[in-house]
Design a protein around this ligand. Structure first.
Ligand SMILES: [Cu+2]
Length: 68
C-alpha cells in the first residue's frame, strides 16, 4: 500500500469533499481517501499495482479541482 498526500486547490465545502472522496474512492485499488478541507489536501491510501497516481490525480482534476 502506498500513502500519498496531494495538495488540491478549489475545495471549499462539504460538496467538494463528497465529490473528491466519492470519485477517488470508487477507483479500483483505492483503499482510503480523506479530504482535509482546511489544509487543502487529499490523503490517499492505494495499491500501486492496481491504480496509478496519475489516475488518482486525473480523477480529482475531472471533478474540477486543481492538483498541485
Ligand atoms: Cu464545495
Amino acid at each position: 500500500m502506498e500513502n500519498v498526500t496531494l495538495n488540491v486547490k478549489g475545495m471549499s465545502c462539504a460538496h467538494c469533499v463528497n465529490a473528491v472522496e466519492g470519485s477517488v474512492g470508487k477507483l479500483p485499488g483505492v483503499e482510503q481517501v480523506h479530504v482535509h478541507l482546511e489544509e487543502g489536501t487529499v490523503e490517499v491510501k492505494y495499491d500501486a499495482n492496481k491504480v496509478g497516481l496519475d489516475k488518482i490525480k486525473d480523477t480529482i482534476d475531472d471533478q474540477g479541482y486543481d492538483v498541485a
